[in-house]
Design a protein around this ligand. Structure first.
Ligand SMILES: *[C@@H]1O[C@H](CO)[C@@H](O)[C@H](O)[C@H]1NC(C)=O
Ligand SMILES: *[C@@H]1O[C@H](CO)[C@@H](O)[C@H](O)[C@H]1NC(C)=O
Ligand SMILES: *[C@@H]1O[C@H](CO)[C@@H](O)[C@H](O)[C@H]1NC(C)=O
Ligand SMILES: *[C@@H]1O[C@H](CO)[C@@H](O)[C@H](O)[C@H]1NC(C)=O
Ligand SMILES: *[C@@H]1O[C@H](CO)[C@@H](O)[C@H](O)[C@H]1NC(C)=O
Ligand SMILES: *[C@@H]1O[C@H](CO)[C@@H](O)[C@H](O)[C@H]1NC(C)=O
Length: 599
């Protein structure tokens, strides 16, 4: 024993003099530095020798993670056992979400601890953020179903606080990365996956078709089959056009699933669960995905519960490194639940009323169309409700190069409803709007309180170089946490560094890119041949008015018209607008006429 103490003293002193204060009780010395010292000390003291000697911050990080893991496992089995205590359906609904959420929390902690996972500080911060968000979601389920009085006290534990401690230790400044983009997608997106998105018809492992021409008639049957596959490589499910009335869940174990539709107008997955109907918000989603590496392209996710049924999610993603490309999200309150992890949305359409993009993921939206719909009387439209609960989480919503507009049902009654960019669902709510077009619906104040002064000092809301009638910041809220970003450094940490969209001939490419950006809203680009792409480039170098685009195939032309008109009745207008903002000072309407987008 004496030998041990001597060894300990020598070692400590030789490493760092200030550590000598740790002599009495090294764990509690470290615990004191945490946001939640009490539970840290409490549990450390019950197992003084379990975690060994703590000399460095990295030792303590490991110890704190192990402690959080141990307590989370304990809480999980206690929660399972509590199932028998549920007194009604509402308690049961909230409780069964919690089981899944605890399972995910343990998964996140485990992969953070796993010495064989290659993991950056940012990965770890993401997973720990998710571990914490899960537990907040578990709690929220009981509260929203008015079932918090009995079960929640029984479930009380200190796991949230212990995870919050691990977030504080892990966050040493290197956990806020500069966003990097390659070929228009995040740096973490694999080139092979990007090719899959850009191939006209990627090879499918399974085909779903309602008319029996595929392997399965329902999406659910295809997902069940995919669950039985061996390995976790990219697995492509092609869902042919049709309206699929199903609720789908792609769970933690199903990694690297890709769903490809025939276009958001044609492949639709729809459901109608809602909080009004007895679901939790969490479980109301028509499509749920948590397995990492998920990709969707050309599909609409819909919830038809309607505004009167309150929270009703069309899609919930807790899939780390998930990408949604040219997808539609249609609902009213709480349409798109960006629950947790890292997510990227490109060229998507998102419709809703209250808090219709919400959650606590690290999520970026680029080149999307965001539509406010007509809410219930006396409701206000809020586009985002970001839910960061801990200042050390690395989560937030970033909306870039998108358009904020009124949907067709809102337009005639625009003066009866106010629209805001967001409101603080949780204490450290974090949202930025960069270089978007904001139509007149956006209220001059810009942002809305959640509840009095709640979170106004601790949130972070920013706007950078937005345009359009709703973008003026002169009458915006004066909260401490709100700022107009003027420093391009501050913005660039959040903004995509625009790269050319590829190809070798630079002169042509950048013009093609411009055009590509301009036409994507009409979905025309996909219909053109590579030769026609090059032709566009050449023509854009000349006088814009001379542009004449011919689509030889009559049916293709009709389809281009249909797709544009049906996905979005103002599609042609959007195209015009995009010309203006992409600085192609062309007579857009002439162009639109020629290419058949405008009658
Ligand atoms: C939570 O931690 C406190 C110390 O901060 C301790 O007194 C309490 O017993 C712990 N609760 C549970 C359920 O372990
Ligand atoms: C943690 O991960 C390892 C390796 O994947 C696995 O063997 C172990 O069972 C996991 N532990 C828990 C508690 O999930
Ligand atoms: C919960 O209670 C509030 C207020 O009493 C009520 O407005 C709400 O509709 C209730 N929610 C559910 C799901 O019962
Ligand atoms: C903190 O930063 C240092 C240096 O950048 C790095 O070596 C270390 O792994 C980081 N993480 C933690 C948890 O200390
Ligand atoms: C375009 O829409 C019309 C009317 O809805 C329909 O009859 C026609 O088949 C569609 N054409 C194509 C190519 O989708
Ligand atoms: C775009 O340009 C056209 C033609 O010059 C013009 O009619 C239209 O109002 C412009 N739109 C915007 C949003 O500036």
């Amino acid at each position: 024993m004496a030998m041990n103490i001597l060894f300990f003293i020598l070692l400590t002193i030789s490493i760092s003099p200030y550590l000598s204060s740790a002599l009495l009780n090294d764990a509690s010395w470290w615990c004191e530095k945490m946001p939640n010292p009490e539970p840290c000390k409490h549990f450390m003291s019950t197992k003084p020798n379990k975690f060994g000697l703590i000399l460095h911050k990295s030792d303590f990080r490991k110890v704190a993670l192990e402690l959080a893991m141990e307590r989370a496992l304990n809480a999980e089995s206690h929660t399972k056992w509590l199932g028998q205590k549920c007194r009604n359906e509402r308690e049961k609904a909230a409780w069964s979400d919690c089981l899944k959420l605890y399972e995910s929390t343990i998964l996140q902690l485990n992969q953070t601890l796993d010495p064989t996972t290659k993991c950056t500080d940012f990965d770890a911060q993401t997973w720990l953020s998710t571990a914490l968000t899960n537990l907040e979601t578990c709690r929220a389920g009981f509260v929203e179903l008015n079932a918090s009085d009995y079960m929640l006290p029984l479930m009380s534990n200190n796991v949230t606080k212990l995870i919050s401690n691990t977030l504080a230790i892990n966050n040493n400044g290197s956990t806020t990365p500069v966003e990097s983009y390659k070929h228009g997608f995040p740096g973490w997106f694999r080139p092979g996956d990007r090719k899959l998105l850009q191939t006209a018809a990627p090879r499918a492992n399974i085909v779903v078709a309602q008319d029996g021409s595929g392997n399965y008639r329902t999406v659910k049957a295809a997902i069940d089959a995919a669950a039985k596959r061996s390995g976790s490589g990219r697995f492509v499910i092609y869902i042919k056009r049709g309206v699929y009335r199903e609720n789908i869940e792609i769970g933690n174990k199903m990694k690297n699933i890709m769903l490809v539709g025939d276009g958001m107008k044609y492949t639709i997955i729809t459901g109608s669960r809602s909080v009004g109907g007895g679901s939790t918000t969490f479980n109301s989603a028509t499509v749920i995905v948590t397995g990492s590496g998920f990709i969707a392209r050309g599909i609409t996710f819909r919830n038809t519960a309607g505004p009167q049924n309150h929270q009703a999610v069309a899609l919930r993603s807790g899939s780390d490194l998930s990408v949604f490309y040219r997808c539609g999200f249609e609902g009213y309150q709480d349409t798109l639940y960006v629950h947790s992890q890292r997510q990227f949305y490109k060229e998507c359409y998102i419709y809703g009323t209250v808090d219709f993009i919400f959650g606590n993921a690290a999520v970026v939206f680029q080149n999307c169309m965001i539509y406010g719909r007509r809410p219930m009387a006396s409701q206000k439209i809020t586009i985002t409700a970001q839910g960061r609960t801990d200042s050390n989480q690395n989560t937030g919503i970033s909306i870039q190069n998108s358009r904020i507009m009124a949907a067709s049902d809102l337009k005639p009654v625009l003066n009866s409803f106010k629209t805001f960019l967001g409101r603080p669902w949780k204490q450290y709510s974090r949202t930025v709007f960069l270089k978007n077009y904001m139509d007149g619906l956006v209220d001059p104040a810009g942002w809305l309180e959640w509840d009095g002064n709640f979170a106004l000092n601790t949130l972070y809301y920013g706007e950078y170089r937005n345009t359009g009638p709703g973008s003026s910041t002169s009458r915006r809220v004066k909260w401490r946490g709100y700022r107009v970003i003027t420093n391009s450094n501050e913005a660039s940490r959040k903004r995509a560094r625009r790269k050319r969209c590829g190809g070798r001939k630079k002169g042509h490419t950048s013009r093609i890119c411009k055009y590509q950006r301009a036409v994507y809203l009409g979905f025309l680009w996909d219909l053109l041949t590579p030769k026609q792409h090059v032709k566009f480039g050449r023509m854009l170098r000349r006088k814009p008015t001379k542009i004449e685009i011919k689509i030889e195939d009559k049916e293709e032309l009709e389809e281009a018209r249909n797709r544009t008109a049906a996905v979005n009745p103002t599609g042609a207008t959007a195209l015009l607008h995009h010309f203006n903002t992409s600085s192609a000072s062309a007579s857009a309407s002439t162009k639109a006429q020629r290419i058949g987008l405008q009658s």
